[in-house]
Design a protein around this ligand. Structure first.
Ligand SMILES: Cc1cc2nc3c(=O)[nH]c(=O)nc-3n(C[C@H](O)[C@H](O)[C@H](O)COP(=O)(O)OP(=O)(O)OC[C@H]3O[C@@H](n4cnc5c(N)ncnc54)[C@H](O)[C@@H]3O)c2cc1C
Length: 454
């Protein structure tokens, strides 16, 4: 069967695109949603059930419908949750909200198009032409569709160390993907933990370890040792403030403008929030060189100011640092070797250049999102080999045009093939959080619906 649309993936992007297709497609259209995750829609971010895992965006900005910004807040009220529009709900609740909204749209069978949900992984693409795209699935079936939306996420970054510098015997002590939270059940209460990476993933894992009864030392090692900044407490938040962009045709100019404004007493968080609606445009106005420079020198700073944590999460984490339970180091990982009890970790301290080493029972990879184009996905690698897709110039993800249409080897859009979310960061940059992905999901769904109505 040739479907009108196939959505490939099973995280937030896939559920957001599906929800918008349900509202926009004509009744005659057929859609297949192909994903390998049993908790469809939750993906890496929203499958957690730990109450300490909070959203890092206030509830008032997390609706899946851009034109109904209070939809998630209404859901929280209906379900007697105590979170207000400027509070931070649990990520588990957000996953439930998405599934509720999907379920109520699916119930309206008289008005909606047909949707088949197929639990499988798309393994390779065997045709991509004007007549449609055909995939092999890992259940042995073939799936064809006139329009395809790739919602594959970007995967987990690898350890910042070549394989040759990791003892084979140490591998069993390394948690490469901490998002499968089952790893926590292997950890003893007093085990020594080394977390690589000091961003949001690290904070999540520290809090999960504590809830799980871990009471030992947690060492955090990252290149710069920078920690995510907190949101201001509710009631003390500045509204978004427009940044001075007049003379800022590049990142240095923008930063200079920021410093001037902050020096003049303007709240930096308000400025970051004021930048948000124009970030995509600003990114697109930069040359490839300027973008590359930003990634080399500014990314770590951008991440900690832009992707902030709830104030109450920050308080909990700070208390653990003050009590000596969590120690944060800035340094470069050099080797991981097996030792009698666990592993020995060697690093070079950032400030002094000294070589240090310490022992741990577990190494947890919290280096975050992969930003290596298509490396995480066998499907995308195969499509790249066939010339059906290309990596963007900076290697962040796929080359897409301004309408999220995937560009093939010749640089032309592949008919009916779209990508959403962080895979499209080369074109949009600011496309990793719900407020941006929901707009992209709606735009793509609307473009597809328009072609089917013609
Ligand atoms: C821990 C965490 C917390 C976050 N918190 C927030 C927040 O508070 N607010 C906010 O706005 N944003 C937040 N984000 C960012 C954002 O919401 C997510 O990055 C978003 O969920 C991305 O979803 P995705 O579907 O693109 O990717 P993923 O969640 O990675 O999902 C991709 C899915 O596709 C499936 N898949 C991959 N390949 C195939 C294939 N070949 N065939 C079929 N299926 C396949 C995978 O199994 C996976 O389930 C958070 C992100 C993380 C990781």
């Amino acid at each position: 069967m040739l479907y009108d649309v196939a959505v490939v993936g099973s995280g937030f992007s896939a559920i957001a695109v599906t929800i918008h297709l349900l509202r926009l497609l004509p009744r005659s259209a057929s859609t297949a949603v192909v994903g390998d995750d049993p908790g469809f829609g939750r993906g890496t971010a929203y499958r957690t059930e730990f109450y300490v895992h909070r959203l890092n965006v206030p509830a008032g900005r997390m609706s899946v419908f851009p034109e109904q910004p209070d939809d998630f807040v209404r859901w929280l009220e209906e379900h007697q949750r105590q979170t207000s529009a400027d509070g931070f709900a649990t990520r588990g609740d957000y996953g439930l909200y998405l599934r509720d909204r999907l379920a109520s749209l699916l119930r309206d069978e008289d008005r909606r198009a047909s949707f088949d949900f197929i639990k499988a992984k798309a393994t390779n693409c065997i045709q991509c032409s004007d007549t449609g795209v055909v995939f092999h699935l890992d259940n042995g079936a073939r799936l064809g569709a006139r329009n395809v939306v790739l919602c594959l996420g970007v995967g987990n970054a690898d350890l910042p160390l070549e394989r040759g510098k990791i003892d084979a015997g140490a591998e069993k002590r390394i948690i490469r993907n901490p998002w499968r939270l089952s790893w926590l059940s292997k950890v003893g209460g007093g085990d020594r933990i080394c977390i690589l990476g000091s961003g949001l993933t690290m904070i999540d894992q520290v809090l999960a370890l504590r809830v799980h009864g871990h009471r030992g030392l947690i060492r955090v090692l990252s290149r710069r040792g920078l920690l995510p900044r907190p949101h201001a407490p509710a009631g003390e938040r500045s509204p978004p403030i427009e940044p001075e962009l007049a003379r800022s045709r590049d990142i240095s100019g923008l930063l200079a403008g920021f410093r001037r404004q902050v020096g003049g007493g303007v709240d930096w968080r308000g400025l970051m929030d004021g930048l948000r609606p124009i970030t995509q445009r600003l990114w697109q106005s930069l040359t490839q060189d300027q973008r590359a420079r930003f990634l080399r020198h500014g990314l770590a700073w951008w991440n900690v100011h832009r992707h902030r944590i709830a104030a109450e999460v920050a308080l909990r984490f700070d208390a653990l640092r003050k009590d000596g339970i969590v120690a944060v180091h800035a340094g470069f990982l050099e080797a991981i070797e097996e030792d009698a009890r666990g592993v020995s970790v060697s690093d070079r301290e950032r400030q002094s250049g000294r070589h240090l080493s310490f022992n741990a029972d577990w190494i947890v990879n919290c280096t975050g999102m992969e930003r290596a184009g298509v490396a995480h996905s066998p499907l995308l690698k195969q499509m790249q080999r066939q010339g059906l897709i290309t990596k963007d110039a900076l290697g962040l993800g796929l080359s897409v045009d301004g309408d999220s249409r995937v560009l093939g080897g010749t640089g032309e859009p592949q008919p009916g093939l779209y990508a959403v979310s962080a895979l499209t960061a080369g074109q949009f940059w600011e496309i990793t959080a719900v407020p941006d992905i929901r707009v992209q999901a709606q735009t793509v769904a609307s473009a597809i619906a328009t072609t089917l109505l013609e």
